[in-house]
Design a binder for this molecule. Sequence first.
Ligand SMILES: [Zn+2]
Length: 469
Amino acid sequence: MTIRLQDTLSGETRPLEPLEPGHVRIYSCGPTVYGPAHIGNFRSFLFADLLVRYLRYRGLRVTWVMNLTDIDDKIIKGAAAEGITHTELADRYTARFLTDMDALGMTRPDVLPRATEHIPQIVDLVETLTEKGHAYATDDGSVFFRIASWPAYGRLARLDPDAMRVGERVTADEYGKDDVRDFALWKGSKPGEPSWDTALGPGRPGWHIECSAMSMAHLGMSFDIHTGGVDLVFPHHEDEIAQSEAATGQPFVKTWMHCAFLRMGGEKMAKSTGNITRVSDLVAGGVSPRALRYALTAVHYRAPLNYSEESLAAAGAAVERIDALLGALAAYREDRADDPGLPQMLEGVRTAFVAGLDDDLNVSEALAALFDGVRELNRRLDARALSTADAVRATDLVRDLDRVLGIAAPADATLDPELATMLEARVAARAGKNWAESDRLRDELLVRGVAVEDTRDGQRWRLVVGSGG
Ligand SMILES: [Zn+2]
């Protein structure tokens, strides 16, 4: 069985064949750290996380790089408004991004390079492009990429090069361009703006060039997969291909993967529509980060995701079903012969799960397989058809598949000591047939986020996965 991925550039779904056998090199366009990331951004980052987790699950070595854009117009503007340096503003929102990332259970990329730490590589790339006739300087000290020098321009976005960028706003600092379509590789310094003294003269990098410089610095001139939101296809990724391939003469990226939009109330999730929802605000408001992760990853990455209170509640219920099954399996004790049909049933779930994800990361199919398994395991638990050892086998499967999904509560989840004491007190109350006290403790535990259930295997508890308010 092979992993097949859809490539935006060719429009084809092709088998993944890493340039270096067994090792997949991935670059993801990361956040511009000028404010808290919203869930639309995180949909795209979590898609990349799912991809990385799955490739590792399938035994591949993965090197994953995600950049942090820590210098751009919005950062300069935000820092000026607050009277702080661009570095202070970028550091604050980088920390916030990492906190959100951890809250959502995202794998940390192997490298999180920052644009301002790659100025020499950016300058080298711009110099190479100028030497090869693909870039030119203007009077204000800026350097532009000459689109007319690159006939393949527009292939990724399937654009007619002559019709491109018509109507695109030409800012005052770009009047010196030879062609309205040309884009800035280097921005000549302006009074009051941060700048770096380089061989190109004082200035700062344009946005597009940083991704070419950083991806090639950490992954080489050609690498396997480049991800981003579909809004980055044009012009950002189109520009990345042009400047990278014009500089190196090598194919830049083998597979381009783009994540569709997040919609809220039918609107595309974007800052302009004002329906921003930030991860940190949601979590502070009581939304379970695991439910949020599920809601943002449970739809195939190329399909628009409709985010709503309802979808979040459904995600919370799905996560609770997995927690409840794992809790029931952990508590289950039955001294009987093993269920002879169980290994085949578990293997069937795994096979269907893998087949779904092998098919261009079709997570909906994979989740359907998992929840078929959850239903079947609950049925066998209710019928007391499993042995104690069977319950361990089933747990191992669910935990194993969750290495890809990252939604189950950790196996070693420990309770706040005060809550643990209340659970013990409740066991004692029931042993003493003090039903009023045991009910009181059950109610108080529930208010504090711990659901208690009495089963044949004794008292069982699980954390309530709320969708918050
Ligand atoms: Zn980028």
